[in-house]
Design a binder for this molecule. Structure first.
Ligand code: ADP
Ligand code: MG
Length: 250
């Protein structure tokens, strides 16, 4: 299969009043269509910077990026507007681009129905649970019909139990919609349970220490919850734990 994302030798240096900050060092990876890649790295290693570069919000200091498709970017915070209803939060991207036609509206209604948010379309964000807000944010991202999803720590604001359930929901949505996905996380278990492959980032300046293909033996349908019960899970965890340098001092 051919790759839909190709990242070659990306370097990123921020020039600030305090001096230069090298954030990304010679980062390379590629991703096949329909696959989920997790970028796993410690906090402050440059994960969000990488997504900002992939989405075109930032220009790298050097390196090449080849992306064959349209990007949908879900930021670290859900960024729902409290004064707009759920429906009006979802339509805002298309509204701004002047692309909110009948067809787009039908698609949004369909997504709201199948992902259990239809009854809440006229509610406001504060009336929804953290998990529902994440689903709304994902549907808003899907509404522009992207080929590649960039998800920046989508579950980090949720408490542990909710995070497990919501990652299951979000995973099923991604699989249903057949989206190629780059998931940024600092959570080892989340990376193993969601992704087809995991790229481990070093501390700043981040480069890729290793990329692991994840192959789990799961009895029923694979979801992040069933994946955690796979016999191989613990071995992957140990390997990634060692590589992540979680115990190293800054
Ligand atoms: N626009 C910017 N200007 C200067 N420094 C930045 C900028 N954006 C991020 N940084 C710094 O780059 C480093 C990596 O940030 P980030 O990509 O947000 O890390 P992560 O998402 O892995 O936690 C941090 O030290 C952060 O302070
Ligand atoms: Mg970040």
């Amino acid at each position: 299969m051919s790759s839909i994302v190709d990242v070659n030798n990306i370097n990123m240096t921020f020039y600030t009043l305090e001096g230069e900050l090298n954030v990304l060092k010679d980062l390379s990876f590629s991703l096949e269509e329909g696959k989920i890649l997790a970028l796993l790295g410690p906090s402050g290693s440059g994960k969000s910077t990488m997504l900002n570069i992939l989405s075109g919000l930032l220009k790298p200091t050097s390196g090449e990026i080849d992306i064959k498709g349209k990007i949908g970017y879900m930021f670290q915070r859900d960024n729902l507007l409290e004064w707009r209803t759920i429906m009006n939060n979802i339509t805002i991207g298309l509204e701004i681009q002047n692309k909110l036609n009948n067809e787009a509206m039908k698609k949004i209604e369909h997504l709201l129905r199948i992902y259990d948010l239809w009854d809440f379309r006229n509610n406001y964000p504060r009336e929804l649970s953290g998990g529902m807000r994440q689903r709304v944010a994902l549907i808003r991202t899907l509404s522009v019909d992207p080929d590649i999803l960039l998800l920046d720590e989508p579950f980090s604001a949720l408490d542990y139990q909710t995070r497990l359930l919501v990652s299951d929901d979000i995973y099923k949505i991604i699989q249903n919609e057949k989206k190629t996905t780059i998931l940024v996380t600092h959570d080892i278990s989340e990376a193993i349970s969601m992704a087809d492959s995991v790229a481990v980032l070093s501390r700043r300046p981040a480069n890729i220490k290793a990329i692991h293909d994840i192959n789990l033996t799961v009895k029923d349908e694979k979801t992040p919850l069933t994946a955690r019960k796979a016999p191989e899970f613990k071995d992957y965890f140990d390997t990634l734990w060692k590589e992540l340098d979680v115990n190293e001092k800054e």
